[in-house]
Design a protein around this ligand. Structure first.
Ligand code: AMP
Ligand code: GLY
Length: 419
């Protein structure tokens, strides 16, 4: 079967790398892909959100299965478009993707089923939001309702900071229409964990939990990024999984069904493990990035078979197999990230043993045969081994051999589990 992956980051490189191992994948395409992906699949120069062209391509090439990486095309309705053309595609439809596209929608669904999450209020009126924030006091969390490339959240430690965030989002519209409505949330404390789950709308099967590292600097300091590294599994928080399954994942699939939504795809639960148990920070409607880079190498069941089972709504009959190993990914970011990154810096890569380490490409490009930085998160160096310590050593040893001007990375990926 011909398979098309949509997207061009580290997550999509990991997806293509995994799919390459499937006997069901006779030919792989990726739109738009990146130089790392180009070693495994044919890259097609169509951006991930140009849905009409993607549909045309999939039709003309008789693509048997399309897998969507990023949220944008999902929230724009790529799944319905493909289905209208009788094309098989993996991901939630536009209505279901509102779970990520609108924080207010996600919160209202959680409230309906009592899914544990931060207390909140929602506002489309600036004065009322301001009054509420002043009454609640700091620390407090301000979130733009819509998609803001992961930057729409302010965890305000002071009232001044909270008021600035409200003004920026609602009045100066720094995130555009995404900030027409805001969510004001109770501040939660605890360690964060990601649980990705496969869902066919009726059965929800969690993958191995992982932990992202969002702030740019060691010790979780500095501004938030898309994620500077991850590891899986998360041994010290693993015992919360049954509660996450029964109190968060299954109720979410159920409340979606109540709304008439059969959720087919990957359900991403971003969690805070508070003193009162796991609570939802956010839901996303796709694989996490960099979480996919650490979870997929541990997956032993054929990914194409899982997706087929989801699309045929027989996930309940499938047993997911996972490796007993641990994996860890360190992101090598370009100068300037998470602000505007410096592009065009040449990158040299070492030879790597493919069976226990992969350098997943994210923001890279190739000019005249030279690999260069072309985005914020350049590479995800991912290793897997017997035990997190060994995986960590392998990833950082490889990173020692990669240097490009301005490159930066966190030194402490995985230490929360080893500490
Ligand atoms: P989000 O984009 O919703 O995942 O939020 C980005 C980050 O902000 C999360 O990974 C948390 O570290 C932090 N955050 C979001 N909501 C809260 C909250 N209610 N309390 C504390 N921290 C939060
Ligand atoms: N790593 C965070 C995300 O994928 O949303």
């Amino acid at each position: 079967m011909k398979i098309l992956v949509i997207g061009g980051g580290g997550r999509e490189h990991a997806l293509v790398w995994k799919l390459k191992q499937s006997p069901h994948a006779t030919q792989l395409f990726c739109a738009p892909g990146n130089p790392g992906i180009a070693e495994l699949a044919e890259c097609v120069p169509i951006a991930a959100n140009v849905i009409a062209e993607l549909t045309e391509f999939a039709e003309s090439q008789q693509i048997g299965l399309t897998i969507v990486g990023p949220e944008d095309p999902l929230t724009q309705g790529i799944v319905e478009q493909f289905q209208e053309h009788d094309l098989r595609i993996f991901g939630p439809n536009r209505v279901a993707a509102r779970l990520e596209g609108s924080k207010a929608f996600a919160k209202s669904l959680m409230a309906k089923r009592g899914i544990p999450t931060a207390r909140y209020a929602e506002f489309d009126n600036y004065e009322k939001a301001l009054q509420y924030v002043r009454k609640q006091g700091a620390p407090i969390v301000i979130k733009a309702d819509g998609l803001a490339a992961g930057k729409g959240v302010t965890v305000a430690q002071s009232l001044d900071e909270a008021e600035d965030a409200l003004t920026a989002v609602m009045q100066r519209k720094v995130f555009g229409e995404a900030g027409t409505r805001v969510i004001v949330e109770e501040f939660m404390t605890g360690e964060e964990m990601t649980v990705l789950a496969f869902s066919d709308g009726h059965t929800v099967k969690p993958m191995i939990p992982s932990q992202d590292h969002k702030p740019v600097f060691d010790g979780d300091r500095g501004p938030n990024t898309g994620g500077m590294g991850a590891y899986a599994p998360v041994p010290h928080l693993q015992h919360h999984l049954p509660e996450i399954q029964s109190c968060i994942l299954e109720p979410m699939a159920a409340v979606l069904r109540d709304e008439g939504i059969v959720y087919q795809g990957v359900l991403y639960a971003g969690l805070m493990i508070t003193a009162g148990g796991p609570k939802v920070v956010e839901f996303n409607v796709r694989f996490g990035d960099p979480e996919a880079q650490v979870v997929l190498p541990l997956l032993q069941t054929d990914l194409v078979e899982i997706i087929d089972a989801i699309l045929d709504q027989r996930l309940d009959a499938l047993d997911l197999q996972w490796s007993e190993q641990a994996s860890l990914c360190v992101v090598a970011a370009a100068e300037g990230y998470p602000g505007p990154p410096v592009k065009g810096t040449p990158i040299g890569l070492p030879e790597t043993p493919g069976d226990s380490l992969q350098i997943f490409h994210a923001g890279t490009a190739e000019y005249d045969g030279q690999l260069v930085a072309n985005g914020g998160r350049g590479l995800g160096i991912t290793a897997w081994a017997n035990g997190l310590t060994a995986a960590r050593e392998q990833a950082y040893d490889c990173l020692e051999q990669i240097r490009f001007p301005g490159m930066h990375f966190r030194q402490d990926i995985g230490l929360k589990a080893l500490g």
